[in-house]
Design a protein. Structure first.
Length: 216
């Protein structure tokens, strides 16, 4: 399992396209960053956040897209991905993902605007007893377990308001991609993904963030 250090934090996800890079190659990975329109933190709503990750990790999407790692932040999504078949074009798959998640956003927007309610993480959580905590800690640290967002106290979480769901577009038109060139580059991007929520101050350890995952 990957072990992550806290420093230094390298800036990733600048647009880096290699001359002659083959987006159809089944042996290559790209680090993708999708950002919400106007940087609205709409994924602070737990219902929308889980719906978007359900699309990313759906059987239909994973049949074509090889997802290696991801983290969903309140206003953007980072993930490492490639294609499973050479006849598939990665930008096409990303376009499909943006389309289906936008439809999820439209549905959730109607619910939020009509009800005036947003599903946010709890302001405080009940602590488990020490015996139970010890049993849970090892699977968490080894990435064999994931905490549900309903039972995690996320610090510095955005104060999302229903009015931020009134805009039609979910994503910015432009996406940022970084071609993974070697093992060192891969590790740096895995660390960036894992440490993103820690750097934002939401959790103290990357394993405690409920919207980060790693796939083989």
């Amino acid at each position: 399992m990957p072990q992550f250090s806290c420093f230094p934090f390298r800036r990733r996800y600048d647009s880096l396209r290699l001359l002659g890079y083959d987006y159809n190659s089944i042996h290559q990975l790209c680090a993708i960053s999708l950002v919400t329109e106007l940087r609205r933190p709409v994924f602070a709503d737990l219902i929308l956040a889980k719906a978007v990750l359900a699309d990313l990790l759906s059987e239909q999407n994973l049949d074509s897209m090889r997802v290696r790692a991801f983290t969903l932040m309140p206003d953007h999504l980072h993930f490492l991905a490639g294609v499973r078949e050479p006849e598939v074009y990665l930008p096409t798959l990303i376009g499909r993902l943006k389309s289906c998640t936008t439809q999820r956003y439209w549905k959730r927007s109607r619910e939020v605007v009509e009800s005036g309610r947003i599903c946010l993480p709890p302001a405080s959580v009940s602590r488990t007893d020490s015996k139970e905590a010890r049993r849970l800690l090892t699977p968490l640290m080894e990435w064999r377990a994931t905490l549900r967002p309903e039972v995690v106290e996320l610090n510095n979480w955005p104060r999302l308001k229903p009015g931020q769901f009134l805009r039609k577009r979910l994503w910015q038109t432009r996406l940022f991609d970084h071609v993974i060139r070697n093992e060192t580059d891969l590790r740096e991007n895995l660390e960036y993904i894992a440490m993103n929520p820690v750097r934002a101050g939401y959790v103290t350890r990357p394993q405690f963030y409920p919207f980060t995952g790693f796939l083989l």
